[in-house]
Design a protein around this ligand. Structure first.
Ligand SMILES: CC(C)(COP(=O)(O)OP(=O)(O)OC[C@H]1O[C@@H](n2cnc3c(N)ncnc32)[C@H](O)[C@@H]1OP(=O)(O)O)[C@@H](O)C(=O)NCCC(=O)NCCS
Length: 175
């Protein structure tokens, strides 16, 4: 975390000149990357600009949510993972996911998103694998999520099982 802050608080710093080992994040290999200046990192830092997150969610057409509630959701999430595109000394939020948990057995993944300009490059897969690794490190063994119909196969490829043993997700909504 210290290194992220140092890197981005000083305009004279350069992401490309900083050794990647100094990041408190994971540098990703981007499939078919042509821009040698661009780096993509995953981080568990929670200091995320809510407006930037809202822009990312807008970009995939999600309905807007009250920012004060989004802030609470981030605060009380067990794990928050952000994906950053770094060019020179600038960074842009290009991916996000979070998980809630009982801190013992179960975690549920929410709000998985990759910016359309970065999709189909293996980044969503890297984001979910990273989350699973972080959750497994906390000895969480039951990881669940609610998949939109068009992304069921995306999750299936990552090892998620649809309705295991016939279990059905059930929802209650206010009238
Ligand atoms: C779903 C999403 C996160 C995938 O991210 P991505 O970076 O484009 O996915 P990747 O490039 O890492 O894809 C990994 C694999 O899944 C496949 N895949 C990607 N999107 C898929 C989809 N919608 N359905 C089926 N397979 C998909 C890819 O072809 C790739 O296959 P491969 O490993 O055989 O090459 C991204 O498309 C997104 O943000 N969508 C809008 C928001 C959304 O729907 N979020 C999920 C809410 S439940």
């Amino acid at each position: 975390m210290v290194f992220w802050k140092r890197l981005f608080s000083n305009p004279s710093d350069s992401a490309t000149s900083a050794p990647t080992s100094q990041f408190n994040g994971e540098l990703l290999d981007v499939k078919g990357e042509t821009d040698s200046q661009r780096r993509i990192f995953l981080s568990t830092e929670r200091d995320i600009d809510l407006y930037e997150l809202e822009e990312l969610c807008d970009a995939v057409g999600w309905a807007r949510r009250p920012l004060r509630k989004v802030k609470r959701a981030l605060t009380y999430s067990f794990l928050v993972v952000s994906m950053w595109e770094v060019k020179g000394n600038r960074r842009r939020l290009v991916g996000f996911a979070r998980a809630t948990s009982d801190h013992a057995f179960n975690a549920t993944v929410w709000d998985v998103v990759v910016h359309p300009s970065c999709q189909n490059k293996g980044l969503g897969k890297a984001l979910i694998k990273y989350m699973i690794r972080q959750l497994r490190n906390e000895d969480i063994s039951n990881i669940t999520l609610f998949a939109d119909p068009q992304v069921v196969d995306f999750y299936r490829r990552l090892g998620f099982v649809l309705d295991p043993e016939g279990i059905k997700g059930m929802f209650w909504y206010p009238d």
